[in-house]
Design a protein around this ligand. Structure first.
Ligand code: KG4
Ligand code: ZN
Length: 328
């Protein structure tokens, strides 16, 4: 049975896992730096790299879980996209293991990991549409088969998670703001009117919506009126998530889509999951469990098998790619 040892370090989680070719998770460990970054209101790249350096050896040891590197058939790591310093630490660890134990090395695209982890839930059916929503990405990825990736739509400014985090700051909520807005909005009522983003095609835009939240807060302050946080959270979330849903439905109207899935940190959002369940009618829908939405190494291992099965390996001098396109 083939086994892959996988490492993820693209942002602020250091993670390792062992996956076998039956897609069984033999081990999976994740450590998050979120408590440190929340003090700064967002991920500080230099701090993230240093914390990866502190964590990586411990995570490799724990991730191996008493198994031997000699028994692995390949070493996989996130080659991009992500923070360059963070990517380098995972790459250095993976390359050291691959060199020392003479194992093939697999460079995995982070977003392919977010997509393919859904195979742990159910088989993927093509053509497939993935709505990838995280702190750094907002993408509609169309896949005719498991080796074809077409970005039909992307954000023209802020990523959806970034917009959540910025609006959370207006509401004095700590980073990461997404989960807090998700919770707060459940107490909110339709009260504030915010503009629906207008963007061509299947693309997204969130900066106008974020600015509208800021302007509303400033106007109320000037007038000596109280801002009702729950109601702003509600209004922002409804507009932002309907924007995601509308573009997803637009693709489904124009393309053949047999399977829809959501992926990335914002896929944890309870209202997004509700909206998708209510509105995706003509295709299979996968809503991954929350532990597979946030960054982990299991997803890198699952995506690595796609490369392994095609014998697509990278060399020890492969460069990490902070803005790697998904079709590369
Ligand atoms: O995928 P992820 O863990 O990291 C990367 O950006 O790659 O995503 C983190 C983002 C943050 O912006 C966070 O606020 C957002 O996902 N997020 C959420 C929720 N949980 C996490 N946004 C909305 N609702 C949530 N429940
Ligand atoms: Zn991610």
């Amino acid at each position: 049975m083939a086994k892959i040892f996988a490492i993820e370090s693209s942002c602020d989680e250091t993670a390792c896992a062992i996956i076998n070719d039956k897609l069984e998770i033999e081990s999976s460990v994740v450590t998050s730096q979120i408590d440190v970054h929340s003090r700064f209101g967002g991920v500080i790249p230099e701090v993230a790299s240093r914390m990866h350096i502190e964590q990586i050896s411990v995570m490799v040891k724990e991730g191996l879980n008493n198994q031997k590197v000699e028994d692995m058939d390949a070493i996989a790591y996130t080659i991009g996209p992500g923070l360059i310093g963070s990517l380098h630490i995972g790459a250095a660890a993976a390359k050291t293991l691959a060199f020392f134990y003479n194992k093939p090395l697999i460079g995995v695209h982070h977003l392919r990991g977010h997509i393919f982890v859904n195979e742990l839930i159910e088989p993927l059916t093509y053509p497939l549409l993935a709505l990838v929503v995280s702190g750094g990405h907002t993408e509609l990825v169309y896949m005719r088969d498991e080796d074809s990736f077409e970005i039909l739509g992307t954000t023209q400014d802020d990523a959806i998670g970034e917009a959540y985090d910025k609006v959370a700051r207006i509401l004095n909520l700590e980073y990461p703001g997404g989960p807090k807005i998700d919770k707060l909005s459940k107490l909110g009522k339709p009260h504030y009117q915010l503009p629906t983003p207008k963007v061509d095609g299947y693309n997204f835009s969130f900066s106008g919506l974020k600015n509208a939240c800021l302007q509303l807060e400033q106007r109320l302050k000037r007038n000596g009126e109280e801002l009702i946080g729950e109601d702003l959270a509600y209004a922002f979330q409804e507009v932002a998530l309907h924007h995601l849903l509308d573009k997803t439905l637009k693709v489904m109207n124009d393309y053949e889509v047999k399977h829809v899935l959501i992926a990335g940190g914002v896929a944890c959002n309870s209202r997004l999951r509700e909206l998708m369940s209510e509105n995706i009618k003509d295709a299979k829908l996968t809503l991954p469990p929350l532990k597979y939405c946030t960054d982990n190494a299991t997803m890198i291992g699952v995506a690595a098998f796609k490369e392994f099965n095609r014998q697509r390996f990278v060399s020890l001098d492969a460069s990490s790619m902070p803005s790697m396109p998904i079709d590369k």
